[in-house]
Design a protein around this ligand. Structure first.
Ligand code: NAD
Length: 488
């Protein structure tokens, strides 16, 4: 791998501590870091290089999935790290950064490949990009890349404005927009699942599939993120990005080749075929909810409006369910349902594919469920099939049985999303990053929902903490003769 400089804005923040440093460490242990790399962390506080390295070490010890920290190898890993104090608005700080970058490039004899990772609040994204350009940091003899965290915009217009500003400093192919759901193994596995398995490939369309259900439910509440979440809601926090990305990965047609450009093309086609929501459809196809108090995992928890930092009269959505239609030859007439919520009964991100059921009438006295393919993304990674089979212990009645394909767990687990994504970005592989066209089309689809929520044109249903969300979300499926398939 080419030698490079990795500049991390927000290196004293929560994400760096919990995800980015542990990811870098695991890449180091797996020998997936470039042999020569300079890693420069930036934050507002005063820290010596040594103090910063200690922080990195602590974060690795606290959060890394594997710990092979014999003193020598940990020392070698930390040796790559330097720190520079930087306020995004101070041009002189960018000059100091440039000097440090150059100094390390010389010391380590690095190629001028520079990767800038923005792990800071989104309001700083454009200022940083511009200062990278104006300071000369972006003028390199090698490549330059920008990795950028979510959220990408607050609505369609702000996303367009942000993109326009970023594009003054970085070309689209230099921008890597993180959607960490795209780093999850089962999401990355989706293309292989349908395309590498002729059995599934032949079933993967409206001919055999009755509906698709994508769920991302959490048991936690808003935690310490009320300041951000109360202005975002589930629709911005989960639907516009993660759920629509999973939808694209699930519904895309077979690409001619498995590469970033082809997959991107297929994903874009899904979004272009997604039926736009007319104003009147929003009420029919979208369910908005907010949690009230209740019991989660045997513990009483307060409602959303009682959470610290939440406006007591907030109408922010902590639950959203939606019915979507992809009007293309593969999926016309097949409803896709998505739902996401906080303080729900279980933590689970999964896709359930319900197959059409033509055999029901053959077996009287038997309770036959449709065939299901369940792809569990988080917290467990698993694929299972629900088939129907005669039960010899119950007079040979046909009953649903579940066939699991769970993988053996290794001691250290599999590489985490951030490891995979950072590694891909090192290699210039943007397959599992969100391209601007996808982001823009997603905001376009979501915008009528934002407008309707803003104008209160959609009811805000309360749901008990520890439940599966408002009953209205069940009715959404019932209207088409379906139900949510639960984990139990
Ligand atoms: P944080 O508040 O913990 O850290 C913010 C970082 O920004 C700190 O290092 C701070 O020093 C730096 N900073 C603040 N003001 C600055 C300024 N004026 N100039 C220079 N640096 C400044 O934030 P976080 O939770 O680490 O989140 C970082 C980014 O990652 C955000 O875009 C967030 O939306 C995204 N993100 C975070 C998480 C998470 O779990 N924490 C998850 C997904 C996405």
């Amino acid at each position: 791998m080419e030698s490079m400089t990795f500049v991390l804005f927000g290196a004293t923040g929560d994400l760096a501590k919990r995800k980015i440093f542990p990811a870098l460490y695991n890449l180091y242990v797996d020998q997936k870091l470039p042999k020569s790399i300079s890693i420069i962390g930036l934050g507002r506080g005063d820290l010596s290089h040594r103090e910063f390295q200690e922080k990195v070490k602590e974060s690795v010890l606290d959060f890394s999935r594997r710990l092979e920290h014999d003193a020598a190898s940990m020392g070698e890993f930390l040796d790559d790290f330097r720190y520079s104090k930087l306020d995004v608005n101070r041009k002189e700080d960018f000059q100091a950064l440039l000097q440090l970058v150059k100094q390390r490039e010389e010391e380590l004899n690095l190629e001028e490949n520079r990767m800038f990772y923005l792990s800071v609040a989104p309001e700083f994204f454009d200022t940083i990009a511009l200062n990278i350009k104006n300071s000369g940091l972006g003028q390199t003899k090698g490549w330059k890349r920008l990795i950028i965290e979510k959220p990408f915009g607050h609505d369609l217009q702000s996303a367009r404005e942000l993109n326009e500003k970023l594009s003054r400093a970085f070309a689209e192919e230099e921008i890597y927009r993180i959607d960490h759901y795209l780093g999850k193994p089962m999401v990355q596995n989706l293309e292989a699942l349908s395309y590498a398995n002729p059995i599934l490939q032949s079933l993967w369309s409206k001919k055999h599939i009755a509906n698709v259900q994508i769920t991302a439910s959490e048991t936690v509440g808003v935690e310490k993120r009320a300041g951000y979440y109360d202005h975002a809601g589930a629709i911005r926090d989960m639907v516009q990005n993660h759920l629509l990305q999973i939808l694209m990965m699930t519904a895309m047609d077979t690409p001619e080749k498995i590469n970033a450009a082809e997959i991107r093309k297929m994903k874009q086609k899904v979004m272009e075929s997604l039926r736009p929501l007319k104003e009147e459809d929003v009420q029919n196809d979208i369910v908005r909810g907010q949690y009230i108090s209740g019991e989660v995992n045997g513990q009483y928890v307060p409602g959303y409006l009682g959470e610290p930092g939440v406006n007591p009269s907030s109408t922010t959505d902590t639950f959203v369910a939606a019915r979507l239609w992809i009007d293309n030859p593969s999926w016309a007439g097949v409803p896709f349902y998505i739902r996401t919520g906080k303080r729900m009964k279980e933590k689970s991100t999964r896709i359930v594919i319900e197959f059409k059921n033509n055999a029901n009438h053959q077996y009287k006295n038997s309770q036959m469920d449709p065939n299901l393919l369940v792809i569990e993304i988080n917290p467990n990674e698993n694929i299972s099939f629900q088939l129907n089979s005669k039960n010899p212990l119950n007079n040979g009645k046909v009953e649903p049985v579940k066939i699991d394909f769970s993988k053996e767990q290794t001691e250290f687990g599999v590489p985490e999303a951030y490891e995979r994504l950072i590694y891909d970005a090192f290699n210039g592989d943007s397959t599992f990053f969100a391209h601007w066209t996808e982001v823009e089309l997603s905001w376009e689809w979501v915008q009528p929902i934002l407008n309707a929520f803003e104008d209160n044109r959609v009811p805000l249903y309360e749901y008990n903490s520890g439940s599966y969300g408002p009953v209205a979300a069940d009715l959404l499926l019932l209207e088409n003769g379906f139900k949510w398939w639960l984990n139990e």
